[in-house]
Write a protein that binds this ligand. Structure first.
Ligand SMILES: *Cc1c(COP(=O)(O)O)cnc(C)c1O
Length: 381
């Protein structure tokens, strides 16, 4: 680090800024299958409603509702309805963030900051937990998953949790994704039992970003488990990634802690309105989920049939597939080359640790993905 930047924290030198996918004016048309967004934009009639809201109702000179009153009520109702619960989830059980990324940061600030604890993640998993922890100087403890089904190695996890030696910061937060990204598997009953057995001085974060695809949720646990928090987002099934809206569901006392550390006007009025509109029109938006699931299973079938000897692939409960090369000598090196070749053919996918993750797109996009994979795999072998 140069002399003149001595005011920066030394540990930031080891970190790199998050690399978003290429936005703006791309020189070539790309199928964006790297961030698990919905392949379809909002329907035109909803965009018109949003436009009307901006034109006729929104006061651009006023701060947005910093308490997210209407949105929290609508979210509580949706969460309750989708879990077939009655009267358990109130607006006091909800906190809203500028994407669930903001909520992850808030809960790290509320728990581990200042040497209060470390986080535990099982790799491979969603990268933001470790990235955000590192930016806050919070230690990250990493364990492995079982090779065949990506279930967490519970014994290894228990060793990390039980380690109360002086040299290690105790685990305060365990992050799990249900279903996991990038691997697409839901929590097993053994994993859920383990999470339930964790002591009350550890916060269990269950990230359900893909809930609308898996239709499996642990939200019914919230009323009995004050040390659990569930995260959801509008960025995937609700087609609102541009608006950055996520939410947390937890015991009101945990929610209060998140509310204390967040910025006062964290969510722009336009985004609050878009999320509200999406919820009010969920009967219009969510049927696409069924189509995506169909497309995912079709794609899995076609890839398994055609590339049985080249690709290793897993069943997924989300809107993406996780794939490895079956015969690679150096998995990451060969995958990197495959990802570059695919990009040059017009298919952008995500290269994660020892695997690639392909978002399920429209039927046309998926067909192009399969064709491009065929061409690129041929040129490798
Ligand atoms: C996409 C995703 C999110 C969503 O993040 P936002 O900030 O709400 O867009 C959260 N968790 C996981 C595991 C994801 O894959």
């Amino acid at each position: 680090m140069t002399e003149s930047l001595k005011f920066l924290r030394a540990d930031l030198a080891k970190l790199a800024a998050y690399k978003p996918h290429p936005g703006g004016a791309s020189t070539q048309p790309l199928d964006l299958l790297d961030t698990n967004e919905s392949p379809l934009d909002l329907p035109q009639e909803l965009k018109v409603k949003l436009g009307n809201f901006y034109q006729h109702s929104l006061e651009a000179n006023r701060y947005p509702d910093g308490g997210h009153t209407q949105l929290k009520s609508a979210i509580a109702e949706y969460v309750q309805e989708s879990a077939e619960l009655t009267d358990q989830i109130t607006p006091n059980h909800i906190s809203v963030g500028n994407g669930s990324d903001e909520l992850i940061r808030s809960l790290l600030i509320a728990t581990c900051l200042g040497g209060n604890g470390s986080i535990l993640v099982a790799q491979p998993t969603f990268s933001m937990y470790a990235i955000l922890a590192q930016t806050l100087g919070i230690p990250v403890q990493t364990i492995e998953r079982q090779a065949h089904n990506f279930a967490i190695d519970v014994e290894q996890a228990q060793v990390a949790i039980s380690n109360r030696s002086k040299e290690t910061t105790p685990v305060r937060v365990v992050f799990v994704v249900h279903p996991n990204s990038p691997t697409g598997n839901c929590l097993t009953s053994a994993e859920i039992e383990w999470l339930k057995s964790l002591p009350k001085d550890i916060l269990v974060v269950v990230d359900e970003a893909y809930f609308e695809f898996s239709k499996l949720s642990l939200v019914a646990e919230i009323s009995q488990r004050p040390n659990w928090i569930i995260l959801r987002t509008f960025s995937k099934a609700f087609r609102l990634a541009a608006h950055r809206v996520g939410y947390a569901i937890a015991d009101p006392e945990v929610i209060q802690a998140l509310e204390k550390v967040r910025l006062p006007y964290n969510l722009p009025a336009f985004s609050q309105n878009a999320a509200l509109l999406a919820l009010q029109n969920r009967q219009v938006l969510l049927p696409l989920v069924t189509e995506t699931i169909c497309q995912r299973d079709l794609m899995w079938q076609e890839l398994s049939n055609e590339f049985a000897s080249d690709l290793q692939l897993w069943r997924s409960q989300a809107n993406f597939l996780y794939i490895r090369l079956a015969k690679a000598k150096d998995q990451d090196l060969e995958l990197a080359s495959l990802v570059t070749k695919l990009k040059n053919c017009g298919t952008l996918i995500r290269h994660t640790d020892e695997g690639i993750r392909i978002t399920v797109g429209t039927e046309a996009e998926n067909q192009r993905t399969i064709n491009n994979l065929r061409a690129c795999l041929l040129s490798i072998s």
